[in-house]
Design a protein around this ligand. Structure first.
Ligand code: HEC
Length: 300
């Protein structure tokens, strides 16, 4: 048969094109059949879940950081300078050097080099009190000079007083400049900082709070539904439709158990929807008082 085909080239071509045609159709069908696997990414992309990461908070006591005495900021007394020196040696000297010459060991590799406080020229923010404060508040971005906005303002004021002793005749702020600084950063007012606890502790506290309430309610429910106590709680049963919501609404309004009057206004306020029946409104004051004592006892 092959020989015959070779004798008739047209037949050979037909045979050849037929094979090409069939392979194209075959590939095409294969492609369509596997379309999903080819077009869609069947493997889930590997992304890190940044939303699920819980960064735990530190415990911070609420505090008002001590206020700065603006006169002492302008003309620091010896005690302030001593404190400033001590803070400077622990916080700044590693970079700026013990004598403020910008030659501390941690500053060697930095570019630009830590400021030599004895230099008169080349300051970015400047040597005035307000300018130095700004440097400590914000740092010098894109350099090795960090911001110290978390440091209590009195401490920063003391450090500033101390580093100015390295400078000969540092420029003086105008009254307006100092007043503006004081106003912007609340120096003489002190800065209020609210407290903070870790989220996990907060949750534990919330749950503990709820579960102690749940304990109270379930023990109260047990007492009032005990058949042995039926006569004692007859009044209770007659005015309360839903024990659980009635007890919860009383517990959730702590002042309702402080005195009879509060109790009465709390249970009357939403009678019908707070677990109490509307019939509670028809109780005599003696009955309200009995109910008050009953509820107080079962919830204690
Ligand atoms: C990690 C090293 C490092 C530490 C720590 C550091 N500094 Fe600096 N500081 C620098 C560098 C670097 C510069 C130079 C930035 C520049 O020239 O732009 C600088 C610049 C300064 C300037 C000059 C700002 C200006 O106007 O040019 C002041 C003032 C200063 N630091 C104060 C302090 C004080 C005060 C502390 C401590 C509370 C401190 N620095 C801690 C690295 C440091």
């Amino acid at each position: 048969m092959m020989n015959k085909l070779f004798e008739k080239p047209i037949g050979l071509m037909t045979f050849f094109y037929l094979i090409v045609f069939l392979s194209v159709v075959g590939l095409g069908l294969y492609f369509i059949a596997n379309n999903n696997a080819i077009v869609q990414n069947t493997f889930p992309p590997k992304l890190t879940d940044t939303l699920g990461v819980v960064k735990e908070l530190d415990i911070i006591d609420p505090k008002i950081s001590a206020a700065v005495d603006m006169n002492n900021f302008r003309n620091p007394d010896q005690a302030t300078l001593d404190k400033g020196k001590q803070l400077y040696s622990t916080v700044c000297a590693a970079c700026h050097g013990p004598e403020g010459k910008g030659d501390g060991p941690a500053g060697i590799a930095l570019n630009p080099k830590p400021r030599n406080f004895h230099d008169q020229e080349g300051w970015k923010n400047g040597r005035k009190l307000s300018e130095l404060f700004l440097t400590l508040q914000k740092g010098i971005p894109t350099t090795g000079m960090p911001g110290y906005d978390y440091m209590p303002v009195v401490d920063r004021a003391a450090i500033i007083g101390f580093i100015r002793t390295f400078m000969s005749a540092p420029p003086v702020d105008s009254d307006e400049e100092l007043a503006k600084l004081d106003q912007t950063y609340g120096l003489s007012a002190g800065i209020k900082q609210s407290g903070q606890i870790p989220i996990s502790s907060a949750l534990t506290l919330l749950i503990a709070d709820n579960s102690s309430q749940e304990l109270k309610i379930s023990s109260a429910l047990q007492k009032v539904s005990d058949p042995a106590n039926e006569s004692q709680f007859a009044l209770f049963a007659s005015v309360i439709g839903n024990y659980r919501s009635a007890l919860t609404s009383v517990l959730n309004t702590p002042e309702s158990l402080e005195n009879l009057q509060n109790f009465q206004s709390v249970i009357f306020a939403n009678a019908g929807s707070n677990g109490f029946n509307a019939s509670v409104l028809r109780l005599s004051s003696a009955e309200v008082s009995t109910l008050y004592t009953l509820i107080k006892t079962v919830l204690s």
